[in-house]
Write a protein that binds this ligand. Structure first.
Ligand SMILES: NC(=O)c1ccc[n+]([C@@H]2O[C@H](COP(=O)([O-])OP(=O)(O)OC[C@H]3O[C@@H](n4cnc5c(N)ncnc54)[C@H](O)[C@@H]3O)[C@@H](O)[C@H]2O)c1
Length: 254
């Protein structure tokens, strides 16, 4: 018996990076996976890769900041695989790069629309479906160490990631009695396109920076974050809700 046998899972932002690694790991462990992303070509490539490896996956277009898209993402999941048991709300924009006094209002708006409202919208429609089924479920919201112990110069990203933890705790209280467990994973620095772009942008040396950002002296692999989400999604984490799991090589304790 695999850890996620029989479960149907949505993973947002699964065209690349951590979401893609999570979709692969979930499929390897028996889940039927919906790869939800606004990057259609890469999302479809990811689905082909999973299906070619013997998994079960389908693609749906979603911009998580758009309520209609998010509602359709859940509808597509139910039409394709019959139900929804697990969701990993992972999609987010690359962090901003200026302190508040220099910030442009468009950046404020876009970051909050995707990284915070996007998670709230996904929670709303996922929970509605889980309530309809009345069989519980597990939802994992991807926050960040920036939601706990921030670095300088990402005010809106930091605010959004603190907000993701707030949304997680709030929703976990409201739906615990319906058997819906809602948790957050807070990754440290993970080797994905998002991190590599940020390092290049700020001119940081990856080797030196990895030592500052982890007791283990290296960046995480995307698969190491996916493992944490899989455990929270599985029945092995049946007594865990409202929690924040730091997967950060010790960064928040340094
Ligand atoms: N990489 C890191 O070091 C790191 C650290 C902590 C937290 N995180 C968080 O982990 C998650 C995944 O990050 P990543 O590094 O894999 O990012 P990434 O940029 O490599 O991938 C993000 C994915 O989300 C998709 N996406 C972006 N906006 C979207 C939208 N509006 N609607 C639908 N899809 C959208 C992109 O197309 C892409 O596939 C994010 O929530 C990020 O904030 C990343």
């Amino acid at each position: 018996m695999k850890k996620l046998d029989g479960k149907v899972a949505i993973i947002t932002g699964a065209a690349m990076g951590m979401g893609a690694a999570t979709a692969e790991l979930f499929a390897q462990n028996g889940a039927k996976v919906v790869v939800a992303d606004f990057n259609e070509p890469l999302g479809r490539e990811q689905v082909s890769k999973i299906n070619a490896a013997g998994g079960t996956a389908a693609f749906v277009y979603v911009d998580v900041s758009n309520a209609e898209d998010v509602e359709k993402m859940v509808q597509f999941t139910v039409e394709t695989y019959g139900r929804l048991d697990v969701a990993v709300n992972n999609a987010a924009r690359t962090p901003d790069d200026k302190p508040l006094a220099e910030m442009n209002e468009d950046v404020m708006h876009q970051l909050l629309a995707v990284d915070l409202k996007g998670v709230a919208l996904c929670l709303k429609y996922e929970i509605m479906q889980m309530l309809k089924q009345d069989t519980g479920g597990s939802i994992i919201n991807i926050s960040s160490v920036s939601g706990i112990r921030p670095q300088p110069r990402n005010p809106m990203y930091i605010a959004a990631k603190h907000g993701v933890i707030g949304l997680t705790k709030s929703a976990s209280i409201d739906y615990a009695d319906k058997g819906i467990r809602i948790n957050s994973v807070a990754p440290g620095a993970v080797k994905t396109p998002m991190l590599m772009q940020a390092l290049e942008h700020f001119g940081f040396d990856p080797v030196a920076y990895a030592k500052q950002l982890s007791m283990l002296g290296r960046f995480a692999e995307a698969s190491e974050i996916a493992e944490a989400s899989m455990w929270l999604a599985s029945d092995e984490a049946s007594y865990i809700t409202g929690a924040v799991l730091n997967v950060d090589g010790g960064y928040t304790s340094m």
